[in-house]
Design a protein around this ligand. Structure first.
Ligand SMILES: [Zn+2]
Ligand SMILES: [Zn+2]
Length: 328
């Protein structure tokens, strides 16, 4: 139908633009033809915000990252830096430096945002139990960071260090994006409720395996990284999203995609219910930017398929992130 045609046309245009970019392969010059070619600003119908990407992701170059985002059809991207490289329990003795993914620190993100205003943005990050973590993050919040994240460290989610960052997020009116993984990162997901209550002015963006497994209330499924099959409705994540307007769900990565496609009837119900608090992100390391390799591209297709209507689809792909992160 009409809507489908529009989407195909948009996709076709994105692919054509990307092909131009590949042909003019010189890193510096590569951006110029693509940018000048698409001088018309994308319409609201075409804009997609990706709230979750990384520089240096398992060694991916900046040129490949920019190319990947264009191929996916993403118009605005938020880059999430790592914290300092340190050998502490909170970084699993250094193993989880670079967010366990070789992700680059903030000085690899800021130049991209500066070179592409209104297209690339960055968050601020630091290992939360380092002395001065709060000051380091605050410095970047004063210098244009649109949030705190990706906070992916082996600390309890209700620890004093994290609470200090929740306060900071509220003070600067920016969200904090957190990776929840069973007994590994931001531990004690059941304790997050106390934090959602205690910090009502802090906007929490939940991400990763433990959050998405907890759309289910089946105790056998909630601690698995990628549970399969029918979802037993009414898990903690559903409760948090229902009861706390300051909790939001980052749909990125294999965990977000698995949560949707393991039970599509549930996914339709879940999206309809929580359409004001769900945010598209990719968090993938591929260079393709298209299906089947690209988790982000697969997620965009899944959102288009499973959203109850166009308005809800636009909220997930663009509007919710634009509002929460105040992107201009
Ligand atoms: Zn990530
Ligand atoms: Zn991808």
């Amino acid at each position: 139908m009409g809507e489908g045609m529009t989407r195909r046309q948009v996709l076709g245009a994105a692919v054509a633009g990307a092909a131009t970019l590949v042909l003019s392969a010189k890193p510096q010059a590569a951006e110029a033809p693509a940018t000048s070619q698409s001088t018309t600003k994308p319409t609201w119908d075409e804009q997609i915000i990706d709230i979750h990407q990384h520089t240096n992701y398992h060694g991916r170059s900046n040129a490949a990252l920019l190319h990947h985002q264009k191929r996916m059809g993403v118009t605005q991207t938020v880059l999430l830096p790592s914290g300092s490289n340190v050998n502490t329990q909170s970084t699993l003795l250094g193993k989880a430096n670079g967010l366990y993914a070789g992700a680059g620190p903030i000085d690899t993100c800021v130049p991209i945002a500066q070179a592409h205003p209104h297209v690339y943005y960055f968050m601020a990050n630091e290992v939360p139990d380092l002395p001065g973590a709060r000051n380091t993050i605050e410095k970047w919040l004063k210098n244009g960071a649109v949030g705190i994240g990706e906070s992916k460290f082996n600390v309890p989610c209700d620890s004093p260090e994290m609470q200090s960052l929740y306060e900071l997020a509220a003070e600067y009116q920016v969200p904090i994006l957190m990776h929840f993984q069973y007994e590994t990162f931001n531990t004690g997901f059941a304790n997050l409720e106390k934090m959602l209550k205690k910090f009502p002015k802090t906007h929490f963006i939940g991400h990763a395996q433990m959050m998405w497994a907890n759309i289910d209330k089946n105790p056998q499924n909630v601690i698995q990284n990628y549970p399969k099959g029918k979802v037993d409705r009414g898990g903690l994540t559903d409760k948090y999203l229902s009861d706390y307007p300051n909790f939001h769900a980052d749909m990125s990565a294999g965990s977000g995609l698995n949560a949707l496609i393991r039970d599509e009837d549930h996914a339709r119900w879940f999206i309809e219910r929580h359409q004001d608090q769900m945010l598209f992100g990719s968090d993938c390391e591929d260079v393709a930017g298209v299906s089947p390799r690209c988790t982000g591209a697969n997620m965009i297709t899944a959102i288009q398929r499973l959203a109850p209507n166009k308005e809800a689809m636009r909220k997930l792909l663009y509007k919710n992130a634009q509002k929460l992160l105040k992107l201009t």
